[in-house]
Design a protein around this ligand. Sequence first.
Ligand code: ADP
Ligand code: MG
Length: 264
Amino acid sequence: MDRSDIAISAQRAAAPAGPVVQTEKLEKVYTMGDVKVHALRGISLRIDAGEFIAVMGASGSGKSTFMNLVGCLDRPTAGRYLLRGEDVSRFSRDELARVRGREIGFVFQGFNLLPRTNAVENVELPMLYQGIPARERHARAAEALRTVGLGDRLDHTPAQLSGGQQQRVAIARALVNRPTVVLADEPTGNLDSQTSVEVMAIFQQLNDQGLTVLLVTHEPDIAQHAKRVVTFKDGLVLDDRRVENRRIARIEPRERIEPREGAA
Ligand code: ADP
Ligand code: MG
């Protein structure tokens, strides 16, 4: 992978200035028979374009519930959610699905790739619902895979790829519709520490080019790669702070392409 690849595709993914995500006293109650679980009790957060946020907190504190709401997979019980200034809190399922396809890229802990399907076809999937012609789908999927350093693995199935490579395919799939924000729920949860750092390097480089990234992690070392850490407790924000001494993930040096223009 080289930096110019990343620059090109993240520029397209970059969001305009201003708040991308704004939640106001967001609440979520799950009802199962007589039992009610108050998963979110009033989350007010503003996330601007170009931020890189890690959400932390104990198991059950509401992190995944929050990601599902921000990702337009579910609706809040109370409160408001503005996505790029548009109030989507009362949208129907169909309206949410449309916004989701346009604005959100998802990365999951378990990669969620189709097993007997090669990398480029996996990355093409989100575009199937966008009416993009086959030839362009293929070209954009291949470009997204080059962005994450997998340009030479287009026809590999998940079983033929390492865990880190599978997660990079999933990141390419999340990018391919040029989303406003990428949401990643424990993206390094199934990866060893070195592979985790490689995945964080990709998120950091995409973020450097303007992509807004929101990820959940329970690992302080991983959170230290973000620019801001928000800690949840019992469905509320316990803490919200800038990262000091941010970690910069390094990918092993690969072929470097030196710029020629301006060279003496
Ligand atoms: P986290 O991701 O921080 O571990 P979750 O958002 O998954 O937390 O869960 C918050 C609370 O909501 C927990 O008590 C969990 O059991 C409950 N919960 C999550 N999803 C559901 C659901 N679909 N139905 C009922 N309860 C749920
Ligand atoms: Mg969770």
